[in-house]
Ligand binder design. Sequence first.
Ligand SMILES: O=C(O)[C@H](O)[C@@H](O)[C@H](O)[C@H](O)COP(=O)(O)O
Length: 257
Amino acid sequence: MSVPTIVVHRDADILAKAVAARIITRLVDAQSAKGSASLVLTGGTVGIATLAAIAETPARDAVDWRHLDIWWGDERFLPDGDPERNETGARRALLDHVDVDPERVHVMLGPDSGLTAEESADAYATELRKAAQPEDHGPAPSFDVTLLGMGPDAHVASLFPGMPALYDTRPVTAVHGSPKPPPTRISLTMPTIQASREVWVVAAGAEKAGAVRLALSESGTMQVPAAGARGRSRTLFLLDRAAAAKIPPGLGRIASP
Ligand SMILES: O=C(O)[C@H](O)[C@@H](O)[C@H](O)[C@H](O)COP(=O)(O)O
């Protein structure tokens, strides 16, 4: 797994805009190299703000949206269209404004599908398995970029400290009793996250500074899930100054003005 590179921006607004520009460039590069790209979205304030920043960036049209596979790192187990669903936030912020191929927008199904949370997780695992290529050497694609927000408790996706989902080795899992509402969620598991080519953890605000410090130290993944948020070839921690305030000295970082 790759050692994190830390990039610090002035505030949450600049952070979202900078991550948006970075995503556009990364997707254009991936599509130039292989004709398509894959991006895993996250919920949360910075995650959605980043999508809105992409929508507002003229360079967004450099991305071939028809040849982009969109996945989610996690989803709240709520009916289609519920404002609390990560999918709803992503559609409002970006997906409704660009020409994505609906067949390549892979949503995690909610209870209105008639599936239980476990069945929805299994259905997503099947979709991942269908999308995996031989060179991925696993049950899920090696996503070009997996975006992850991070909670003050260092959770990523819906993998919360000490909870059973962190021990699940299947590609996707159902989460019950989430400390962050709503209680029932669907989440990629850590092995699926770690199969990504690149993992980008995005965090802003002083309340995240302690979790950032732990995530960048030699912490255990079970108690500090963000410590396991690592990509096969690249890991970025994209932070604002407040979230970076407690980074251990000596860790390489690029502080933007
Ligand atoms: O479904 C969710 O809530 C998210 O996927 C979750 O993992 C989120 O990204 C973090 O909790 C950070 O959220 P904030 O950026 O709003 O603090």
